[in-house]
Ligand binder design. Structure first.
Ligand SMILES: NC(=O)c1ccc[n+]([C@@H]2O[C@H](COP(=O)([O-])OP(=O)(O)OC[C@H]3O[C@@H](n4cnc5c(N)ncnc54)[C@H](O)[C@@H]3O)[C@@H](O)[C@H]2O)c1
Length: 468
């Protein structure tokens, strides 16, 4: 009897401890189980007859006809850029709000753009746009939760898709994008512009040529105080999403460039992660102020560690609340060198790795290159296509030119029937962090296995390449 009581008391204590020590859990979008403590999500079978979409190509498109959905802040910027993109034509524009449509119409008129652009207003009018038979590419710049449904629908209407970051907000949505792209053979590119910034493009070229030796650690993130812009988002969609979702809700600006350096699904793959966050502080204040939130899910600071199949390590941070300067971190640590972008771009190399033609007074490998040598090195490794369009990119702009380079490359590849720089697996892998980071945090920072969205083909391609 005494021992039974002891067992009952112990059971009650264990129950109470488990209730108070475990994190609040929200449902996962696909079923999972635990294997040796690691959370493993179910991978849906590839439907019979469906092939992978690695190096997917489609017929060349002489003039890429584009329809834009969502012309708030980002979409209007995109339309402005497409006025300058050779080989592309703006065919249709759609938004919920008449004032946004009027704004775009006026801007196009001011730019003397041909006046035969079709305009759509209203909640479901984007479907009409997708159904048009004179559009090749649907370009989506709406709030996060509408991205995947719109992208899937557009692909099903036979259109290629370019969709803003993050393209998906759950693992289920990631699989929807992958399956629709594989089935319809339409391109689905996430508009991850940060892989086209000048430092990232050039250091990727350096990495591919072995300048840093073997790169085994990469740091990336999105640290950007949004206090000045929260109220500009239509219907407060962004703070509402962060209010309701714990984890790294905006991971792709930091993760994308690192995945290209690490040849993710082109010889390596991310196998597992763990995530921790700090408590919601300024996030909760903003939630209360903007949408009257009584509780707030997203912590101010979120940090994720990811291990790859080749035993490399990636660290990703997210913080849109801190009183500190903007940073995407972007740091590469290799056996022979180090590159870091923030607060100032810098490179450090083993002296023997320094190209002979750049005069260099040997400072040793623990010091950054002096500015003159740094600039000479950057010029030496800048990819040829970047040198060719750099001046136009800076003139047209969009985050200093990287947005132009992204659009230029997208249209160039569609025009020439080439695989796109970012495929649907990139979109899924980079976006999957949204739900996987939440799952890890909500299970006491448990390891989470990363799904293989290629379903077995992650080492088929020999490294990251551009199509020309
Ligand atoms: N890559 C980058 O550097 C970058 C920068 C800013 C924003 N973004 C991304 O761009 C997207 C849009 O951000 P934003 O700042 O322009 O937000 P925003 O709120 O200014 O614009 C969203 C627009 O979508 C429209 N919209 C919503 N539902 C619609 C529907 N059913 N049909 C038609 N239009 C609809 C809204 O009316 C609004 O004009 C987000 O995904 C954001 O993460 C990316």
């Amino acid at each position: 009897m005494i021992s039974l009581n002891k067992i009952s008391i112990a059971a009650v204590i264990v129950f109470i401890l488990s209730v108070f020590s475990s994190e609040a859990k929200s449902p996962s979008s696909v079923p999972y189980n635990r294997k040796n403590g690691t959370i493993v999500l179910k991978t849906p079978r590839r439907p019979a007859g469906q092939q992978h979409a690695l190096k997917l190509t489609a017929d060349p498109i002489p003039e890429v006809r584009v329809g834009f959905i969502g012309v708030g802040s980002r979409g209007t910027g995109a339309v402005n850029r497409y006025v300058h993109i050779e080989g592309a034509r703006i065919v249709a524009v759609c938004d919920l709000l008449q004032k946004n449509i009027d704004n775009v119409r006026n801007r196009l008129a001011k730019a003397s753009y041909p006046s035969d652009v079709h305009y759509y207003v209203g909640e479901d009018s984007w479907k009409e746009l997708c159904k048009r038979d004179d559009i090749d590419l649907v370009y989506i710049c709406t709030d996060w939760v509408s991205h995947t449904p719109m992208a899937v629908y557009a692909m099903e209407q036979g259109k290629h898709v370019a969709v803003e970051v993050p393209a998906a907000t759950s693992i289920s949505e990631c699989w929807q994008l992958v399956n629709t792209c594989e089935r319809t053979r339409r391109h689905c590119m996430m508009l991850e512009n940060c892989v086209y910034d000048f430092f990232e493009l050039t250091t990727l070229a350096m990495a591919r040529q072995g300048l840093f030796g073997e790169i085994y650690y990469g740091e990336g993130g999105y640290v950007h105080n949004l206090d000045a812009v929260w109220t500009r988002y239509w219907d407060n969609w962004r703070i509402k999403f962060n209010r309701d979702h714990r984890g790294d809700n905006y991971p792709t600006h930091g993760l994308g460039p690192l995945c290209q350096v690490f040849d993710i699904h082109r010889g390596d793959r991310m196998v597992r992660l763990v995530t921790m966050d700090s408590k919601p502080v300024h996030s909760a204040e903003k939630g209360k102020e903007l949408v009257g939130a009584e509780s707030f899910a997203e912590g101010d600071q979120t940090v994720t560690l990811i291990r790859t199949a080749k035993d490399k390590l990636i660290q990703i941070q997210h913080n849109v609340y801190a009183s500190r300067p903007y940073s995407r971190l972007y740091a590469l640590t290799g056996t022979d060198g180090y590159a870091v972008k923030y607060p100032e771009p810098r490179i450090c190399l083993k002296p023997e790795k320094m190209p002979e033609r750049i005069a260099y007074d040997d400072l040793g490998s623990e010091k950054f290159l002096p500015q003159k040598e740094f600039e000479a090195l950057m010029a030496l490794y800048e990819p040829e296509f970047v040198s060719q369009i750099k001046e136009t990119a800076k003139r047209v702009g969009g985050h200093g030119g990287m947005d132009y380079i992204m659009d230029y490359r997208l249209v160039y590849c569609l025009k020439h029937g080439l695989p796109l720089d970012q495929d649907v697996y990139d979109a899924a892998e980079w976006c999957s962090l949204v739900e996987l980071s939440r799952l890890s945090i909500e299970h006491g920072s448990a390891p989470v296995a990363r799904p293989d969205f290629t379903r077995g083909y992650w080492d088929l391609l020999p490294g990251y390449t551009y199509g020309f």
